[in-house]
Design a binder for this molecule. Structure first.
Ligand code: 13P
Ligand code: ZN
Length: 273
């Protein structure tokens, strides 16, 4: 089967289009990776032409031998659906979890996203803590969440409570809450490590003055999570634009009632007033 005809590749491409239409991917902003299932690798393996091994920059032992699809560094997400073979890299991780090689894609040269270390460290953590359930890591530059990192204290609890309160479904969609990182240089091992620490607890990590990372089991869940958090941030931006005082809100008791009714466990650390 042609790689671009495989269902998982088509879903990967669709997400890049959806994210671009949302206004989250100016220029080359944002990136996407997918941990390919072994049975999916088997469908397309005959198309692989492996290139040279390259260092990842971090070690991800539990991802040894896995395959990932990644958007390319400097590539515009709006171009992925037009020319997937030029804009995405199908990659294989070596048996030490230290190197990768491109086995398909990037036809006109290039490398996987500069955030590949962050993505792979997040995949590594998520593979462990979700028992292999999570397969997608998505980084975007949604404007409302970025705007909030200029006005709210950069604390997990403050962001989580504010975002939970902006729409009744939010606590159900991200019951663990969100993690927030202060400004750091992107594309390096340090930010990768700090983000993956947050991913041990959360499926959402916010990078101050930069953007957001989401993790999920599939493309729908991960895109839906990014969309829900960003919409909540948009409502908060509107509220804060009107007033610095909420006349009424979703209370702590409301949150507890919601959790009970929906059978979700909200992060206890964020349920104290
Ligand atoms: P890449 O073009 O290398 O994916 O970088 C875009 C980005 O958003 C960096 O954080
Ligand atoms: Zn970015």
């Amino acid at each position: 089967m042609r790689i671009v005809d495989a269902e998982f590749v088509r879903e990967f491409i669709r997400l890049t289009d959806d994210g671009y239409r949302k206004g989250w991917h100016e220029r080359n902003g944002g990136n996407l990776t997918y941990r390919v299932r072994p049975e999916e690798v088997d469908i397309v393996r005959s198309r692989f032409i492996p290139r040279e091994w390259q260092p990842i920059g971090v070690t991800v032992k539990n991802l040894a031998g896995e395959f990932f699809i990644a958007t390319g560094s400097g590539k515009f997400l709006r171009n992925v659906s037009v020319a997937p073979e030029d804009n995405i890299a199908f990659t294989e991780i070596d048996e030490k979890g230290e190197n990768y090689r491109i086995v398909w894609g990037m036809d006109n040269g290039g490398t996987p996203t500069s955030e590949f270390p962050s993505h792979l460290m997040n995949h590594s953590v998520k593979k462990e803590v979700t028992n292999g359930e999570h397969h997608v890591i998505y980084h975007a530059h949604p404007p409302n969440i970025i705007a909030l990192t200029y006005v709210l204290p950069l604390e997990d609890k403050v962001f989580t409570r504010e975002l939970w309160e902006m729409a009744t479904e939010c606590p159900v969609v991200f019951p663990q809450g969100v993690g927030v990182l202060g400004w750091m240089v992107p594309g390096r091992g340090e930010i990768a490590k700090a983000t993956s620490e947050l991913m041990k607890k959360y499926n959402v990590a916010i990078w101050a003055h930069h953007g957001m990372f989401c993790s999920g089991r599939d493309f729908d869940a991960t895109f839906g999570l990014m969309d829900t958090v960003e919409k909540s941030a948009e409502i908060l931006v509107k509220v804060l634009s009107m007033t610095d005082h909420k006349r009424q809100t979703i209370t702590t008791q409301n949150l507890k009632d919601l959790a009970k009714a929906f059978g979700v466990r909200l992060n206890e650390a964020f349920l104290e007033d």
